[in-house]
Design a protein around this ligand. Structure first.
Ligand code: ZN
Length: 69
């Protein structure tokens, strides 16, 4: 089960949420109760999630991660 990190837009509190299903997401901040906390990209996946092109290198040896291989 993946653990997602969320950040509250209202109070800035960050917290982890254990997703029991793919559709399961944190709906409220556990600290202040504000709705719709923003899901954070984990550091583990950051290089993959930066955007189109970034991390597209399948060899893992490209220094920029943007080569077409
Ligand atoms: Zn909050």
């Amino acid at each position: 089960m993946p653990i997602y990190e969320y950040r509250c837009k209202k109070c800035g509190h960050t917290f982890e949420h254990l997703a029991r299903t793919l559709a399961d997401g944190a709906k409220t901040c556990p600290k202040c109760g504000a709705r719709n906390p923003v899901k954070q990209i984990s550091t583990f996946n950051a290089s993959v999630a930066e955007g189109p092109g970034a991390g597209a290198c399948s060899t893992g040896t490209c220094p920029t991660g943007t080569c077409p291989f």
